[in-house]
Design a protein around this ligand. Structure first.
Ligand code: PHE
Ligand code: FE
Length: 297
């Protein structure tokens, strides 16, 4: 699929009236439609995370937040951020209404476009949301796109996604687990200790604390096959976090062709989210306190 030039396919009725929807799911960021409350929600969430994350998030993430000026006040304009991002790593943010079909999402990543939901949560949803909104997508994912290695990893992931999509649903599930345990919920080992780089964590106050401070979850060294064969939780904080040593390690580990790996994983049975294996490099073995027993995704 070539989606470099978005094709307008139809006008769709939304609560903003009729808006053009492209085959790529891309819309204009309706910046002037944001209410005062929307801007306040952004400011509140930004301030909360900005105070919490020093000493918790990795320095590459924090540097990205500053460089974009995400806290300059109110919801950022994607066009402003794109000036910075394009020069730095050649990525571009595109506004979308929400989650995209897998192959459309992969195609964006493979072309260094990052889809960001344009809408923001309501004031009574500051702590939990079941779908990704602007704050998660933008504050969580975008700062690391300024890091050249992480930026390349995301593109490689998109290309790998197109390939897995062609192989079949099991391959896609294996690849989704990799995304989950790295891009969304990854930890990184630094000289100062474990730090957060996953977007699902940095955009959540509760999990930003829990993932590092709680004795309940496991913290285990990253292994490609290990991660791709481990189920995950979508309804609670994670039961296991996987720790990379560096973005280079992540990029190199995922460089080989996954085709044989998909084939061998098809024969293997998946590990439960909370499981610790003998061969694991364990940073912390979790106490499992408060874990539900059988609801992995
Ligand atoms: N190397 C993977 C493959 O061949 C592609 C990939 C790269 C997937 C990086 C995820 C992350 O399928
Ligand atoms: Fe996300």
């Amino acid at each position: 699929m070539d989606t470099n030039t978005p094709r307008k396919i139809e006008h769709q009725q939304t609560d903003r009236g009729y808006v053009p929807v492209y085959a790529t799911g891309v819309v204009e960021q309706p910046w002037s439609d944001y209410s005062r409350t929307d801007h306040e929600v952004w400011d509140t969430l930004y301030k909360r995370q900005r105070e919490l994350l020093p000493g918790r998030a990795c320095r590459e993430f924090l540097a990205g937040v500053e460089r974009f000026g995400l806290g300059d006040g109110g919801i950022p304009k994607f066009s402003d951020l794109n000036q910075v991002l394009g020069k730095a790593t050649g990525w571009e943010l595109v506004a979308v209404e929400g989650l995209l079909p897998d192959e459309v999402f992969f195609d964006h990543l493979a072309n260094r476009r990052f889809p960001v939901s344009w809408w923001i949560r309501k004031p009574d949803q500051l702590d939990y949301l079941s779908e990704p909104d602007l704050f998660h997508d933008l504050f969580g994912h975008v700062p690391l796109l300024l890091n050249p290695i992480f930026a390349d990893y995301m593109q490689a992931y998109g290309r790998g996604g197109m390939k897995a999509f062609g192989i079949g649903p099991e391959a896609l599930m294996n690849l989704t687990r990799l995304y989950w345990y790295t891009v969304e919920f990854g930890l990184i080992n630094t000289d100062e200790g474990l730090r957060i780089y996953g977007a699902g964590i940095v955009s959540s106050k509760g999990e930003s604390i829990y993932c590092l401070d709680s004795p309940a979850p496991n913290r285990i060294g990253f292994g490609l096959e290990r991660v791709m064969n481990t189920r995950y939780r979508i309804d609670t904080y994670q039961q296991t976090y996987f720790v990379i040593d560096s973005f280079e390690q992540l990029f190199e580990a995922t460089r080989p062709d996954f085709t044989p790996l998909y084939a061998s994983l098809k024969q293997a049975s998946a590990h439960a989210a909370a499981e610790v294996l003998d061969k694991d490099r364990v940073f912390n073995r979790g106490t499992r306190e408060g874990f539900a027993s059988n609801a992995d995704a």
